[in-house]
Design a protein. Structure first.
Lengths: 259, 272
């Protein structure tokens, strides 16, 4: 998977200043994610993975260090984020939510309409397009969030544990749906999760993060051919070995953070 | 197969009986809600007719209804009600509009909030009615002084609830707006305004109740017409049926406005 670099993070640090003692949330993060690559960032909660994502999303500033996202097309937004379940705006209908990014960018009406329809259809939300989010299940809400991000056609996609709140069956379904849409657009994706299974299914590459201070402790490439199915990943003894490898790394981290 | 069908039929029947029982219970409760005010009025009627209640202070409801009818016929009713409703309406708007605008500004811009909040907090506990003498000196005994009094009372719950409404918007929606490059204008109309609307409308509902409380008191002092004037002069002339008519009018309009605002709330907040 050799491509040209899309996201480059260089010596990035983030500290949180508090009077009772400051914390280093991210320590010396350097990484490169290539064009079209799907990278999962896996780590125990509190390791700073969300902070890293929020910095890339422009929602927070790094204390030291920098990052660049290569732009291919000036008209495109740099990044769009798929938020956790509550990220769907409750006072907008499903259609308005999906069209949100496009409308905010004041694109021509026809274009917004067309793209919105395309992604509503793609995510199976057509029938629900005039409903408000309160009437949707958790899985449907996340489809809205995903459709909104893809419709916005950004340079890169950032996903913050989008399936964290879903039940397992729904999670498998949405993971495969996400892969289908992604395969079509070949966007560069940085995806946060704490589920090793999820990371194995989705990623080209997995970055493992350790906690306190948050840094990248290991990097694992997943070379399974696509399209992947959850059954294939579960059956594959090689993947089982990778699962254990990741688990051992993370176990150490979790134990360390308990002390 | 047949057995299974029978078992299903039976379970449906059981549930249907249960459902019907619950429905009957619901209807019973609704009936109680209607019966209670009627019961109170009947009790009142009987007690004042039998002399248990002093008829001078508590004229029977039938007498009040009769007075009500006479007042409608003489045209007095229309005059007082019209004047009061006009004052309430204008005063209410004059309180709500600046309340919403200042509240939104307070919620959106923290320097404004920090500057305005102490002023609002310091002024809020002062009853506008206590300022009535000054208001009358400044604005006269006509409609304007009543409008100002109502506006002053309505303003506070609205401004506080509107600011709280903006501040209560879940941070994640602000992140979404930021992430999707929302302009200031769009942020205001797509996020801040709709997001704060539920709490804001609660404040407006409160303001409505306060407007009615205020009009009565405001019209008792330095007024020549209105429901409050009606209540006060009837009371002074010891025309208690007329006074009760005034009280019932206030209660009726309070109820009517609440229903209207609830309906508006449902209309404006389909997503709740």
């Amino acid at each position: 998977m050799e491509g040209k670099p899309k996201i480059t993070v260089d010596g990035l640090m983030k500290a949180f200043y508090k009077k009772q003692g400051s914390v280093i949330a991210l320590e010396d993060i350097s990484l490169t994610i290539n064009e079209g690559e799907f990278v999962c960032l896996v780590g125990p909660s509190g390791c700073g993975k969300t902070t890293l994502l929020r910095i890339l999303a422009g929602l927070e500033h790094p204390s030291v260090g920098s990052f660049t996202i290569e732009t291919e097309n000036e008209d495109r937004p740099l990044q769009s984020m798929v938020f956790q379940e509550r990220g769907v705006i409750p006072w907008l209908t499903v259609r308005e939510n999906v069209a949100f990014g496009l409308k905010m960018r004041k694109l021509p009406k026809d274009f917004v309409e067309e793209r919105t329809n395309y992604y509503l259809k793609k995510t199976g939300l057509e029938r629900f397009s005039s409903l408000y989010p309160k009437e949707l299940s958790g899985g449907m809400k996340q489809r809205v969030s995903i459709a909104r991000a893809f419709a916005n056609d950004p340079e890169i996609l950032l996903m913050d544990e989008p399936f964290g709140a879903l039940d397992e069956q729904n999670r498998f379904i949405l993971q495969e749906e996400l892969l289908n849409i992604w395969a079509e657009t070949k966007k560069t994706v940085l995806f946060i999760t704490h589920s090793i299974d999820e990371a194995l299914l989705l990623s080209d590459r997995i970055l493992l993060m350790g906690a306190q201070p948050g840094k990248i402790i290991a990097e694992i490439s997943i070379d399974k051919p696509r399209p992947r199915k959850i059954e294939d990943i579960r059956k594959d003894p090689e993947m089982a070995a990778v699962f254990l490898e990741i688990w051992h790394h993370l176990q150490e981290e979790v134990l360390k953070s308990r002390e | 197969m047949n057995n299974q069908q029978l078992a299903r039929d039976e379970s449906f029947e059981v549930e249907q009986r249960e459902w019907k029982r619950r429905q009957r219970k619901e209807r019973g409760k609704q009936l109680l809600t209607i019966v209670s005010p009627v019961f109170l009025l009947l009790l009142w009627e009987v007690m004042s007719r039998t002399g248990i209640l002093d008829i001078r202070f508590f004229p029977p409801p039938s007498r009040i209804v009769q007075t009500f009818y006479e007042m409608i016929m003489s045209g007095m009713m229309a005059k007082h009600v019209g004047v009061s409703l006009y004052r309430i309406f204008i005063g209410f708007l004059a309180g709500v509009i600046p309340g919403v605008i200042i509240g939104l500004l307070m919620g959106l811009y923290s320097p404004i909030r920090h500057f305005v909040q102490p002023i609002v907090m310091a002024l809020m506990p002062i009853p506008t009615l206590a300022l009535l003498p000054i208001i009358i000196i400044l604005f006269g005994i006509g409609d304007l002084s009543k409008v100002v009094t109502i506006a002053g009372s309505v303003f506070f719950p609205v401004v506080i609830n509107t600011a709280a409404g903006v501040l209560n918007i879940d941070k994640i929606y602000l992140d979404v707006a930021n992430n999707y490059q929302t302009s200031r204008w769009n942020f205001f109309f797509k996020i801040a305004l709709p997001g704060s609307l539920p709490v804001m409308l609660e404040g407006i509902q409160m303001g409505q109740a306060i407007a009615l409380l205020t009009i009565v008191a405001a019209e008792m002092m330095g007024a020549t017409s209105g429901i409050g004037y009606l209540i006060w002069t009837s009371y002074k002339a010891f025309l208690l049926p007329e006074m009760y008519v005034g009280l019932i009018l206030i209660s009726f309009f309070g109820y009517l406005f609440s229903i209207f605002l609830r309906a508006l709330q449902n209309k404006l907040l389909p997503w709740r």
